[in-house]
Design a protein around this ligand. Structure first.
Ligand code: SAH
Length: 466
């Protein structure tokens, strides 16, 4: 983040604009929505600026900006649309201590003006650090359409009601009340006009004051393979409502960012090095938060039921007598196989598919190698990076063809996704060479679609259907 977004208090503070053309007009239209004391320096001001000055909305000084003009101003806009003049006025403003924006000159500006969605007092500012103004405008248009025009009204009336809502206990009860107001009762009442809002708020508060506190609950939620838009809608909603999120190391920040800002975020990631939280500690942590009445999201990468030690946590929760639910997620094998344009099962090739772990509590995991080595078998190996040579040795020993296709997908579904296509004979060496850092899903018996034809010599699919 090269620019840090903040909201600047401008009421009765001085803002100076140099320039009287289109660039100045664009900035002034935004500035006039604030309560700033605006002064414009322009020898040749546009008619709108003269009108605003006549109406007392701003002060117009019909000459070029001079040293001393920016003293005491918080913000300064160099908007003369002339590089030399902008540099001159910006130098003055810099010396006189204002934050300077030079219109259309990102590099020499101390701040930039975002695209703004105005539902005063709710303001959404959109910035792309100058990289994609078109994108900012598109996001703005989308938000303009999505945010009801009554939002400002709701917020203003809600604000004046805040101290009354303080009668509700801090935390969930109060949050539930406000979310009810902003997203259900409020918009409905606002439809009938501002006068309907206040009584609706009173009734809503009474209703919430008479409610019993919610019991604690834990949702075991699958976060999917990493791409935020591969989350389920239910996962998204639960993240939005959670009091506490206990997550694995593999869950990327972009997904954690979807949780409520006030939610307690706990990283239960079992790091390879350094202090790791033991399974017993994680179980105890979940139970402790649920017992306090929290809505807990236990966020696991992929699907929580696949190599996620779900049962141990479920046992702890049910033993303690708490309620839970499980929200499935997209498992890494699904994302990996999609990345290579193949399917996990195929008529005439394999009527079953196995998910294996490369290692278990004892070390490298043992499997039914004879079955896995049969032609046409497909398996997704989780946590298999270090076990590559072991798996390769076992399968060759059990008669698997050396040319059996093997594809490793690192960081499946993420921007840094990498596909490493190899064969059983070469897999251990190719994994060592590729030295992946991210999570890897190994697909045994599958080649990326484009290369499938050249590797299919030993695995001509049988034609009969099953
Ligand atoms: N519950 C998870 C698996 C947890 S075990 C799921 O259903 O996907 C952790 C292993 O999952 C990693 O070692 C790796 O093999 C695999 N994995 C998880 N996310 C992955 C991703 N984005 N790309 C490739 N493999 C991934």
């Amino acid at each position: 983040m090269r620019h840090f977004p903040i909201f600047v208090a401008l009421e009765d503070r001085n803002v100076v604009v140099s320039g009287g053309g289109d660039a100045a007009l664009a900035k002034l239209r935004l500035l006039l929505r604030t309560k700033a004391a605006i002064t414009v320096y322009a020898p040749d001001p546009a008619p709108d600026i003269i009108d605003w000055a006549d109406a007392g909305c701003l002060t117009l000084v019909p000459r070029r900006l001079r040293a001393g003009d920016v003293h005491g101003a918080v913000l300064f806009y160099a908007a003369d649309e002339d590089a030399a003049e902008d540099a001159r006025t910006a130098a003055i403003a810099n010396r006189e201590g204002a934050l300077v924006n030079i219109v259309d000159n990102l590099n020499d500006s101390a701040f930039i003006t975002p695209a703004i969605v105005d539902r005063d007092p709710v303001t959404v500012a959109i910035g792309t650090e100058g990289a994609a103004p078109v994108l900012a405008r598109a996001i703005k248009a989308e938000l303009e359409a999505r945010l009801p025009s009554t939002l400002g009204l709701l917020a203003r009336i809600g604000q004046s009601f805040r101290h009354l809502a303080d009668a509700l206990p801090l935390g969930r009860a109060r949050r539930d009340f406000w979310s009810d107001y902003y997203f259900k009762t409020g918009p409905r009442a606002a439809h009938d006009g501002a006068d309907a809002l206040r009584p609706a708020l009173d009734a809503l508060l009474n209703d919430h004051l008479s409610r019993k506190p919610r019991d604690g609950h834990v949702s075991f939620v699958g976060a999917g393979p990493g791409a935020p838009d591969l989350l389920t809608l239910r996962a998204r909603r639960l993240l939005d409502e959670a009091d506490v999120v206990i997550h694995d190391r593999l869950v990327p920040q972009a997904i954690l960012d979807l949780a409520r800002r006030e939610a307690v975020m706990i990283d239960a990631g079992k790091q390879g090095f350094g202090p790791a939280m033991s399974q017993t500690e994680i179980n105890a942590l979940i139970v402790a938060h649920v017992a306090k009445g929290a809505q807990v999201v236990r966020l696991k990468s992929g699907d929580p039921t696949v190599f996620g030690r779900l049962d141990e946590e479920l046992d702890a929760v049910t033993t303690a007598g708490h309620s839970y639910d499980i929200v499935p997620g997209l498992t890494a094998a699904s994302a990996a196989v999609a990345a290579i344009g193949q399917s996990l099962t195929r008529r005439g090739r394999n009527a079953s598919v196995r998910f294996l772990t490369g290692h278990d509590m004892q070390g490298f995991a043992d499997h039914d190698w004879a079955a896995l080595s049969r032609p046409g078998e497909v398996a997704g190996v989780y946590m298999g990076r270090k076990a590559a040579r072991f798996i390769q040795g076992r399968m060759l020993m059990h008669g698997a063809a050396r040319a059996t296709p093997v594809t490793l997908v690192e960081n499946a579904s993420r921007p840094d996704q990498r596909i490493i296509a190899t064969t059983l004979a070469r897999m251990a060496d190719d994994v060592a060479k590729a030295a992946p850092h991210g999570p890897v899903l190994t697909l045994m018996g599958l080649a990326p679609r484009a290369a499938a034809a050249t590797l299919s010599d030993t695995r001509e699919p049988r034609q009969e259907a099953y």
